[in-house]
Design a protein around this ligand. Structure first.
Ligand SMILES: *[C@@H]1O[C@H](CO)[C@@H](O)[C@H](O)[C@H]1NC(C)=O
Ligand SMILES: *[C@@H]1O[C@H](CO)[C@@H](O)[C@H](O)[C@H]1NC(C)=O
Ligand SMILES: *[C@@H]1O[C@H](CO)[C@@H](O)[C@H](O)[C@H]1NC(C)=O
Ligand SMILES: *[C@@H]1O[C@H](CO)[C@@H](O)[C@H](O)[C@H]1NC(C)=O
Ligand SMILES: *[C@@H]1O[C@H](CO)[C@@H](O)[C@H](O)[C@H]1NC(C)=O
Length: 555
């Protein structure tokens, strides 16, 4: 018999050996694809689309060399949900933690994955990802709290036949604000796994972990498997107490993930439909627009037991009874963070600036600056890094190290918004229904172990209250994950403990990207010293050319 200390030593060693470097070489390229039989150019990786799923294990280091071979657009890759503890320069948000990568340039992302769960990567550059540059990032847990035989990933998205630069230009035009209430372009179809024909092959009598990722641009999704019970076990990278969905319904919004366990039938005598729909309330009802005749928000895929058997139509759903995601309980029962050291109230809304539709936070719209905000924090010096003025019009909020921070998001807009925080998962203390009213200091029935996630849907004329500890020094965006709204300025910049990250690693290739793009990489928002912000971006011009390169020049 082996003494127990030897066993411990062996398993410790195995884990150490298992942590590995995963190298990927990504050439970002245009590809022609027809996910719904309409062919158009999409943005893929290594001449393929859909973009590949990345599978790694907890503890691995991911090293991705990204070359921009698009020719006519810049790019940047964000690793959605990954905290980037001590590696904030690898967060991949352009104008925040790096400059946009111009065509012909290469940048290396290099960071460790210390969180298990379902994540994704996507372009975080000027409204680009809905043209296709996004994919799953799965960090496997060596000892998950649940058992399953096999697993698969299902991405859900809205899809457009036109490319983003064209749609954005129209969306951010004075004409759209005047004649269309500033409304968003309407998606052409919904896609399941980037197709309208997806078939998920399964075997009878097995338990599957199905990882859902909403990689969409705008509406939320509701979905179900015909006659297969789903039990929710993970939300945004957090294992939760098993939650059988039963006759009720679940939905996810852009940026959110949800894993469920399903048990397949004991025999393979039939195939079953999977039904998904994009939210017509968000796209039409709340915007006071009629639903166009023949508009189809639904998509179908199949659980295929036997390829020789027919693919049945989806079930008809007459009514939804959504589970409130505040009902989920983190598996490790992390207690409520308290007391609060720093409370921030964000009043979020919609307005028109210079005749253009814009979103505002406490009355201000976000405008990307010439120097990435993290680079300003790293180069402006201790006299200024706590002064919000040097960061320009990026809605800066400065946090103190290790404070328990509470953010209240009041939604004064007549539609739903999925708010996503980089660098953290947060506890959600409360979230109202539609028309649930604004925060008045009253906390209703807060759980002692609140749900923890990184993206929360905030409902119209309602609010949400979130908490996290400021224990990850860096610069992190908090934004509505609807890509139209990011471009329309629905973004806050969290500058977390600048005194604690002054020696954060900045690789030379990242600084060279700024030179190649023609942007300054040091100084305040305008690339100058101190509070001289002459030349900073502080004016909203009509139109938006998305990630088009070369970028437009303004007077
Ligand atoms: C990745 O970054 C670490 C520092 O965080 C560095 O030590 C290592 O050499 C880098 N690896 C590669 C392959 O660039
Ligand atoms: C679904 O998408 C994932 C991630 O892109 C991919 O790995 C998988 O092969 C796809 N499955 C099917 C059946 O299309
Ligand atoms: C979409 O699915 C719903 C629910 O089953 C159904 O009522 C509706 O008719 C479907 N719409 C179309 C255009 O097929
Ligand atoms: C408070 O929340 C718990 C857990 O979510 C729930 O079971 C209970 O019904 C709620 N009570 C009230 C009064 O809303
Ligand atoms: C860039 O190239 C793609 C692929 O050829 C093309 O479809 C697109 O219209 C071009 N322009 C912009 C601004 O992206």
């Amino acid at each position: 018999m082996i003494p127990s200390f030897a066993l411990l030593f062996v398993s410790g060693l195995v884990q150490f050996v298992a942590a590995k470097d995963v190298y990927l070489q990504w050439d970002v390229t245009w590809v022609n694809a027809a996910p719904d039989s309409y062919e158009r150019p999409v943005i893929g990786i290594n001449n393929e689309w859909p973009c590949p799923q990345v599978d790694v294990d907890v503890g691995d280091r991911l090293i991705v060399d990204v070359t921009n071979s698009l020719g006519n657009q810049s790019t940047a890759i964000h690793w959605h949900g990954i905290h980037q503890y001590t590696s904030g320069t690898m967060d991949g948000a352009s104008d925040v933690s790096q400059c946009p990568i111009p065509p012909g340039s290469t940048i290396r992302y290099n960071f460790t994955l210390d969180q298990a769960g379902t994540y994704w990567y996507h372009s975080h550059n000027m409204g680009q990802y809905p043209d296709g540059l996004r994919g799953p990032l799965i960090v496997h847990d060596p000892s998950p709290p649940f058992e399953w035989d096999d697993e698969f990933t299902v991405t859900l998205t809205d899809w457009y036949h036109q490319e983003m630069p064209e749609l954005l230009d129209q969306y951010e035009s004075t004409d759209n604000a005047q004649s269309n209430a500033g409304d968003e372009p309407v998606p052409d179809v919904a896609l399941i796994n980037d197709s309208t024909q997806s078939q998920f092959k399964v075997q009878p009598g097995k338990t599957y972990l199905v990882r859902f990722i909403c990689v969409g641009n705008w509406p939320g999704h509701a979905f179900l498997f015909d006659d297969h019970e789903m039990t929710v076990v993970e939300i945004d990278g957090v294992w939760v107490e098993p939650y059988p969905v039963g006759e009720r319904n679940i939905r996810i919004a852009p940026g959110q993930r949800m894993s469920v366990l399903i048990k397949t039938k004991d025999d393979a005598s039939k195939n079953y439909a999977f039904w998904d729909t994009i939210d017509i309330n968000m796209m039409f009802v709340y915007e006071n627009k009629p639903i166009p005749e023949h508009y189809n928000p639904n998509a179908t895929a199949w659980l295929v037991y036997d390829e020789s058997l027919p693919l049945p139509p989806p079930p008809v759903i007459n009514e939804f009874d959504f589970i409130d995601d505040l009902s989920f309980v983190p598996y490790d029962r992390t207690p409520l963070l308290e007391p609060v050291d720093h409370q921030i109230i964000l009043n979020t809304g919609h307005t028109t600036i210079n005749g253009i539709s814009r979103f505002t936070i406490n009355g201000r719209t976000y405008m990307p600056q010439q120097v990435p905000t993290l680079y300003t924090a790293l180069t402006i010096g201790p006299k200024y890094y706590n002064n919000p003025a040097v960061y320009g019009d990026v809605n800066p909020i400065i946090l103190k190290h290790n404070d328990v921070v509470e953010i209240v998001i009041n939604n004064y807009h007549n539609n739903l918004h999925p708010w996503h925080l980089h660098g953290h998962q947060f506890q959600v203390l409360q979230r109202t229904n539609v028309d649930g009213g604004f925060f008045n200091g009253y906390y209703a029935n807060v759980s002692s172990t609140p749900v923890i996630r990184d993206t929360i849907m905030v409902q119209n004329n309602g609010h949400a209250v979130i908490r996290f500890r400021a224990d990850n020094p860096g610069v992190w965006l908090l934004h509505c994950h609807i890509e139209w709204h990011v471009e329309a300025g629905f973004v806050v910049t969290i500058i977390e403990a600048p005194d604690q990250f002054q020696n954060m690693y900045r690789s030379k290739d990242h600084i060279r990207i700024c030179d190649a793009y023609g942007s300054p990489s040091s100084g305040n928002a305008a690339g100058k010293q101190g509070t001289n912000l002459q030349g900073a971006n502080n004016y909203i011009y009509p139109g938006d050319s998305g990630a088009s390169y070369p970028p437009p020049t303004f007077p």
